[in-house]
Design a protein around this ligand. Sequence first.
Ligand SMILES: Cc1cc2nc3c(=O)[nH]c(=O)nc-3n(C[C@H](O)[C@H](O)[C@H](O)COP(=O)(O)O)c2cc1C
Length: 160
Amino acid sequence: MKTLVAYFSLDGDTQLIAETIADSLKADILNLEPVKPFPSEGFGKFFVGGMSVLFNKKPRLKNEDIDLRQYDNIIIGSPVWAGSYSPPVNTFISKYRFTGKNVALFLCSGGGGVEKCFEKFRKELSGNNFLGEIDFIEPLKTDKTEACKTAVKWAESLSV
Ligand SMILES: Cc1cc2nc3c(=O)[nH]c(=O)nc-3n(C[C@H](O)[C@H](O)[C@H](O)COP(=O)(O)O)c2cc1C
């Protein structure tokens, strides 16, 4: 059973958790990097990101030719942006439209909109078998070590 961890991260929180999970499961990892980077500071950071969610943008990704047929399990990670998953994750979900996979979800956020975001994920990914979901509050700014421990435990509990 092969596992893929696919994620987008602007500030490194989701990347930290994605790498920790992929390491602990010996899974492949896919950074959903947009061709045109999102601004990571200043007014544009929240404005451009927020608008992209609002308008359901699906930015082009640097790596759009992934063969998902080889994976039984797909773990998706995203920061919460405006109560949703981030636009590069939107691209990933919309482009591949996969079904019949074992799916697990993780989010990083400032603490708001997590449940709404999980609901949207579940709706858009219906037709898959959900193994679990977990969220973290800005692990790089809080307790990085504890967050990584929690992430490993969670990953192991998925039994993938
Ligand atoms: C455009 C934008 C929108 C955001 N919207 C939310 C939000 O709705 N709720 C929330 O709790 N945090 C929000 N955040 C904060 C991020 O979810 C949080 O900092 C997360 O840990 C960042 O993950 P990353 O380091 O992987 O990018 C937002 C951040 C950005 C840049």
